[in-house]
Design a protein around this ligand. Structure first.
Ligand SMILES: C[S@@+](CC[C@H](N)C(=O)[O-])C[C@H]1O[C@@H](n2cnc3c(N)ncnc32)[C@H](O)[C@@H]1O
Length: 261
């Protein structure tokens, strides 16, 4: 039986259940409720993430219809409803690894910001960051993002913006030291925006991608090509597998130094 828990003892938690062949979802859900007393609802995953908002189709198997929770990681709290927004509790380490790279005085752009986990992690781990701007298109995610900024008392540092990165980013071109692109299936379509948002003489791009054994090489080629088209130079610095989608497919991150001018 495989499941993720999102939430906390205080707010209650929801379990997202993945059943294998021959497994009885109802029995598995009852077992989870019995073993984890703070679980208020068990949701069954009935398909892969899809659409612009990257939501998982989920059905309530047992428990409370109200699936809003407050998730805790690394000392900050995130309010969200997994039926309405993207959130993965498995990426807590990834958020910490990114936040630990940020230096005092940096301006950071989080494209595809969701309910704000990267932006809030950065402001918490690096309180001397100048500003973290997050752009999100899903109105439900944006509303939670705004509330999470308040709940974690980082209003002075983190600025959520509702909208499509295509409309929002051009007015901020050339103003960030670091840009995150956490949209593994499709970030490459927005590479021009990510690269152009960086400020000279050099910036850092965290590019997320999805693929097999050679995913990092594909990502390096793609980013290099787009940078050349824009008259920029990029140096790959590091790559890692963030999480596994299937036995031979991963979400990966490749970090680049971007040289401008
Ligand atoms: C993979 S999720 C990541 C969310 C968040 N960064 C996290 O780690 O929890 C990608 C997010 O990008 C948002 N998104 C997709 N296309 C977008 C666009 N064109 N402009 C702004 N946000 C977008 C989706 O709604 C979704 O919340």
């Amino acid at each position: 039986m495989r499941f993720d828990l999102i939430g906390s003892r205080e707010s209650g938690a929801v379990a997202i259940l993945y059943v294998g062949e021959g497994e009885d979802p109802k029995k598995a859900a009852e077992e989870i409720m019995r073993r984890h007393r703070h679980v208020k609802s068990v949701l069954l995953r009935i398909g892969p993430r899809n659409g612009t908002y990257r939501l998982r189709p989920l059905v309530l198997l047992i428990g409370d219809e109200d699936t809003e929770v407050i998730h805790k990681e690394h000392g900050y709290r995130l309010k969200l409803d997994p039926t309405k927004v993207y959130f993965s509790p498995r990426e807590a380490t990834e958020r910490r690894l990114i936040a630990e790279q940020v230096s005092p005085g940096e301006r950071v752009l989080v494209m595809f910001a969701g309910v704000g986990p990267f932006a809030i992690a950065i402001a918490k781990f690096q309180p001397k960051v100048k500003e973290v701007v997050g752009v999100e298109i899903n109105e439900s995610a944006y509303k939670y993002f705004v509330e999470n900024v308040r709940m974690n008392k980082v209003e002075g540092k983190v600025k959520p913006i509702l909208g499509d990165v295509r409309d929002v980013c051009p007015s901020m071109f050339g103003t960030f030291n670091r840009v995150l692109m956490p949209l593994p299936k499709g970030a490459y379509e927005f590479l021009d925006l990510g690269l152009m948002s960086l400020k000279g003489p050099k910036g850092i791009l965290h590019f997320y991608y999805w693929g097999g054994e050679k995913a990092h090489q594909e990502a390096i080629t793609m980013v290099g090509q787009k940078a050349r088209e824009l008259g920029l130079r990029v140096e790959p610095l590091f790559w890692r597998r963030v999480s596994a989608y299937s036995p031979r497919k991963w979400k990966i991150r490749v970090d680049f130094r971007v040289l401008i001018g």
